[in-house]
Design a protein around this ligand. Structure first.
Ligand code: BES
Ligand code: ZN
Ligand code: ZN
Length: 500
């Protein structure tokens, strides 16, 4: 999909479909009114007759029969303009993309709704439009037959129509939208690939390829013996049940600014549960368990284009969680890199164990100004917040607020949950410093976060994003076809660019 920004007259542009907008009660945008006049009121007549109300999600296709250059107009409802959030804008853009594909429109032009949505800057509007269109029409069909692939309809060309005076700002937003979408697609593809392909070794190779030939980026991939030297007993313990070698991946991007920001990702390339084996229906989607790692790789794939000011370090603990004959057993004790011992009582609570080493490494070796981990950590977080919203835990209010703000601006949903110190008690073990499950039915997402907190001193600003729900779409939604969603890429890019 090729995007461009042009000041062309919306009645004259040669395209397969021109998109215009309407607000609440079907109030037309300026561009929609102009087209309606040229069409002698056809747009208003047809939309009234068909009951188009301008509500969010509503669309109305109108054929122009030569009245303007484009053969079709798609009228898109935005609902109440002052209630339109970034999530809504992205979803509407996704709806446009899907509609265009459905009617086989290869070229579309969009008359940007500046007059309706004056709460967004031009740049943000253009960025949102590009992201919504790219991500809403995303498909992963690498493993489908040639015939099926050929049957898919694609949009080749999208023109954002903007007044001449707004071209530069819109072009900047369009460029940003393209870069951010690329990062999200990178993450989605990695999650969607089969788990026997995206092994820890594969993730390591992907990371290396991102840094290759770039002076501002470096990549180290540690194998088993390096991890033994560092005392990473957590990831090594979880990896014991698998024939695949675990990898600890470190990516660094050197910015010109003062701050160092560290991202840590859970990279369980397949989670069977280990000896605490998952039932088969729960295992079906467990290739998703490296979604945190995929987000980091997606972000690093575009850092040279984004050129953030801060130095950014990405750490990934990558291993399979398998029940092989050498697998770690409930009752075993491992020692994490910071020396804390962990009693493993449930091998399916493996994410926190591999992250214990990654967080310890971040604290000891990276010494970041802020540390954010992303992990598909608990089913309990999905029970609490559903499939679309990530749990956000933080030991520092300023970092928590910055992440909430970045998520809101980027159109991703997070909700703060407490690091309730009164629950810390239940992680006490009788044989080790802590145990990896509480043994209680309740508060699973909080318990997971409290476990991770054991590996981060209070002096390091740290946040944990439990992305178990939003990392993977089990049902189709406008912006997220079934499968990996790349959740976290957009909010974190937004955050990284704001830190200097
Ligand atoms: N990878 C899972 C969490 C998960 C579940 C992610 C569903 C996405 C969708 C994690 O390793 C896990 O199995 N957690 C256990 C923890 C429990 C044993 C304390 C869980 O959530 O049941
Ligand atoms: Zn698990
Ligand atoms: Zn897991």
């Amino acid at each position: 999909m090729k995007f461009s920004v042009k000041p062309t007259d919306s009645t004259k542009i040669a395209t397969d479909m021109i998109v215009v907008f309407a607000g609440d009660s079907a109030v037309f945008s300026h561009e929609a009114s102009v087209i309606d006049q040229v069409l002698h009121g056809d747009l208003a007549d047809v939309s009234r007759a068909e009951g188009f109300d301008g509500n969010r999600g509503s669309t109305q296709l109108v054929y122009t029969h030569g009245g303007i250059a484009a053969p079709r107009v798609l009228l898109v409802g935005l609902g109440k303009a002052n209630e339109c959030t970034m999530v809504h804008l992205l979803e509407q853009a996704a709806v446009i993309g899907r509609k265009a594909k459905k009617i086989h429109a290869k070229r579309i032009a969009i008359a940007m709704p500046f007059d309706l949505l004056n709460t967004f800057s031009i740049q943000v509007l253009a960025q949102g439009m590009v992201e919504g269109l790219s991500l809403g029409t995303y498909e992963f069909n690498r493993h489908k037959s040639k015939e099926t692939q050929e049957k898919e309809h694609h949009i080749d060309d999208v023109v954002l129509l903007v007044p001449a005076g707004k071209l530069d700002a819109a072009a900047y937003g369009k460029d940003m939208g393209e870069i951010v979408s690329r990062a999200v697609v990178f993450a989605r593809d990695l999650v969607n690939e089969p788990p026997s392909y995206t092994t820890p070794t594969h993730l390591g190779n992907v990371a290396k390829s991102l840094a290759k030939g770039r002076s501002e980026m470096t990549c180290d991939v540690l194998g088993k013996s390096d991890m033994e030297t560092l005392g990473m007993g957590g990831i090594l313990g979880i990896a014991r049940g698998s024939d695949e070698e675990p990898k600890f991946i470190k990516l660094s991007y050197r910015g010109s600014g003062r701050k160092t920001l560290c991202l840590v990702g859970k990279g369980i390339t397949f989670d069977t549960g280990g000896l605490s084996l998952k039932p088969s229906d729960s295992m079906e989607t467990m290739k998703l368990d490296m979604a945190g790692a995929a987000v980091i790789l997606g972000i690093f794939s575009v850092l040279p284009l984004l050129k953030p000011k801060a130095t950014i370090v990405g750490l990934i603990s990558a291993t399979e969680n398998m029940p092989g004959s050498s697998a770690i057993k409930p009752g075993d004790v491992v020692s994490a890199m910071n020396g804390k011992t962990i009693e493993i009582l449930n091998t399916d609570a493996e994410g926190r164990v591999v992250l214990a080493d990654a967080l310890s490494y971040a604290v000891e070796k990276v010494k970041p100004d802020a540390l954010v981990d992303l992990a598909t950590l608990t089913g309990a977080c999905m029970v609490a917040l559903g499939e679309d919203i990530a749990g956000l835990f933080a030991n520092t209010p300023a970092l928590c607020d910055a992440l909430k703000k970045s998520a809101g601006q980027a159109g991703e949903r997070v909700w703060e949950l407490p690091l309730a110190c009164e629950y810390k008690e239940i992680l006490k073990s009788t044989v080790a410093d802590i145990k990896n499950i509480s043994g209680k039915r309740y508060g699973g997402a909080i318990n997971g976060a409290l476990f991770l907190q054991e590996f981060v001193p209070d002096t390091v600003p740290w946040a944990h994003l439990d992305i178990a729900g939003p990392a993977f779409a089990e049902k189709e939604a406008p912006l997220t076809p079934k499968g990996g969603t790349g959740f976290g890429v957009r909010m974190l890019i937004n955050w990284l660019l704001q830190e200097k």
